[in-house]
Design a protein around this ligand. Structure first.
Ligand SMILES: [Zn+2]
Length: 205
């Protein structure tokens, strides 16, 4: 069967997405053939606007419609507690758990030598700069990276970098999420209760 080019093109694009193999890509594409044109146009517009209509917050590097983002701009958030996460999705997960009143710093990845991702590819320099220049002295840094090899390596690297700039008079407490998160697991998939407990039970790192 000769597949029309428009179909082949969409299948190819779906296949580039994480977790989507050739079969699923084909299934989604043929499903969309039955969807009304108006809905397809909305879908295309949503994809087109995804990056155009969002910015990275210049303070925490979370994705947002505004800079600074609503969390950084919120007067009621405790700016002396920074929770360091790998991805914007982790911010969503922790916000859903609902008991964190500090602010975030999004790294946009984890150190992964196999994929050539080193500290300079992440927002670690920006974090150190932020800590050094913060108007409110930073009291606590929560390293909320996943309990995977990459997450641990990243937490260890950041802890070392922060200790280098530590001032004995205003010591920053470095903590790691507590028990309950499965080792090797993904923060993003943890349920709200587990995440909430892990935050409460965070320990000195
Ligand atoms: Zn922000």
């Amino acid at each position: 069967m000769v597949v029309p080019r428009a179909i082949k093109k969409l299948i190819d694009n779906f296949e580039k997405l994480p977790g989507i193999g050739p079969k699923t890509a084909a299934r989604l594409t043929f499903y969309l053939l039955h969807v009304p044109q108006k809905q397809l146009d909305e879908f295309a517009e949503a994809i087109g606007g995804l990056k155009k209509n969002t910015v990275l917050c210049s303070i925490c590097f979370n994705v947002s419609e505004t800079d600074p983002c609503p969390i950084c701009a919120d007067q009621n958030r405790d700016k002396s507690i920074i929770c360091v996460v790998a991805q914007p999705l982790d911010v969503l997960a922790i916000e859903k758990a609902g008991n964190f009143k500090g602010v975030y710093h999004v790294l946009h990845g984890l150190i992964n030598p196999l994929e050539n991702i080193g500290p300079d590819e992440l927002r670690i320099n920006e974090l150190i700069h932020r800590i050094k220049n913060s108007a409110v002295p930073i009291k606590e840094l929560i390293l909320a990276t996943n309990p995977t090899m990459e997450g641990e390596a990243t937490a260890m690297y950041i802890a070392n970098e922060v200790r280098k700039i530590q001032n004995p008079k205003s010591k920053i407490q470095i903590t790691r999420l507590g028990q309950g998160l499965p080792t090797g697991g993904d923060l993003e998939y943890a349920d709200e209760m587990t995440l909430s407990k892990a935050l409460e039970g965070r320990r000195e790192y």
